[in-house]
Design a protein around this ligand. Structure first.
Ligand code: UTP
Length: 304
């Protein structure tokens, strides 16, 4: 039974997508390396995993994996240059990312979809429930989501996805969940899933966002999941099979629950959301915020 599994300790971060929405910036650099203020987006994601207690991180990388690996590795040349200048603050910033977590890498080869990226994690994950954090999806550190999802998985077993209510005209950009209430106000039972539906066919306005806590049974399903929307192997399709199998036969890996997230979230793979993330996070920074806010207010008042 899923309930008997040990505490979740592994996080999988898929970062092998093509990032076509962000070309040409992503031609030679993974989109997960784009800076959000002064840290690459993926560092926020690894920090989130660590603060939820997941210190074993597997990154699924693609063609341009070097910058990702180098970012989480030591850089002795830079470190010794900063040390010899006595620049302790910047030295600490450089060392922070290499000291964060135990990071492992697996290569996806062809980017055949998120479901396929998750399947590449199977040998590392083994037979334990595990978390998946999309490397281009930022959850504001002040609105913790993953901890709650881990708790919900421990209580309900099976698999847990993160949901956010969006406007009906936005739902075609997301996976969408049909849901039923549970005794917990922020938790719903997922009764059906569909990837990027047209607004008219969407069963709800609950969009799937980039955090998952999955039962390892998902790997078996992913091995036989056919390419779906966009000719990609979709994680949503595999989860839909899990929902159906659970409803008909109480199969392993289910049920699937959703945690409804009401906090701040940014899709840094989308140019508009990326800009909003930078402005918002910069405004709130103690070091940069005061000057930046003053400039922004003036800019909005005088030039917009
Ligand atoms: P996206 O749906 O944003 O796709 O992937 P994408 O290809 O990266 O970006 P666009 O749409 O072309 O701009 C969601 C997450 O899944 C990863 C991505 O790196 C991203 O973190 N992913 C996607 C993979 O790791 N492998 C894939 O084959 C597809």
């Amino acid at each position: 039974m899923s309930h008997a599994h040990p505490r979740i300790s592994k996080a999988v971060i898929p970062a092998a997508g093509l990032g076509t929405r962000f070309l040409p910036a992503t031609k030679a650099t993974p989109k997960e390396m784009l800076p959000v203020v002064d840290k690459p987006a993926i560092q926020y994601v690894v920090e989130e995993a660590v603060s939820a207690g997941l210190e074993d991180v597997l990154m699924v990388t693609g063609r341009n994996k070097r910058p990702l690996e180098d970012h989480f590795d030591r850089n002795y040349e830079l470190e010794s240059a900063l040390a010899s200048k006595g620049d302790a603050d910047r030295l600490a910033k450089v060392q922070e990312s290499s000291d964060l977590a135990m990071i492992h890498y697996v290569r996806q080869g062809d980017p055949r979809g998120l479901g396929h990226a998750v399947l590449c994690a199977a040998p590392h994950v083994g037979d334990e429930p595990f978390a998946v954090l999309l490397g281009d999806d930022l959850i504001d550190p002040r609105d913790p989501l993953l901890q709650r999802m881990v708790e919900v998985q421990e209580t309900y077993g099976g698999s847990v996805i993160a949901l956010m209510e969006v406007a009906p005209e936005q739902i075609h950009l997301y996976g969408c969940a049909a849901v039923a209430p549970t005794g917990d106000s922020d938790v719903v039972q997922v009764t059906g899933l569909v990837e990027k539906p047209d607004a008219a066919d969407a069963p709800s306005n609950y969009a799937i966002i980039g955090r998952y806590v999955l039962d390892p049974h998902i790997f078996e399903i992913l091995r036989t999941t056919r390419p779906g929307r966009g000719n990609e192997i979709q994680l949503t399709d595999a989860l839909q099979q899990l929902v159906q199998a659970d409803e008909s036969a109480g199969a392993e890996g289910g049920p699937v629950h959703g945690v409804v997230f009401k906090g701040r979230r940014y899709d840094t793979g989308d140019r508009g959301d990326y800009l909003r993330a930078i402005v918002r996070l910069a405004c709130e920074r103690e070091d940069l915020g005061p000057d930046f806010r003053t400039w922004l207010q003036r800019y909005v008042a005088e030039e917009m």
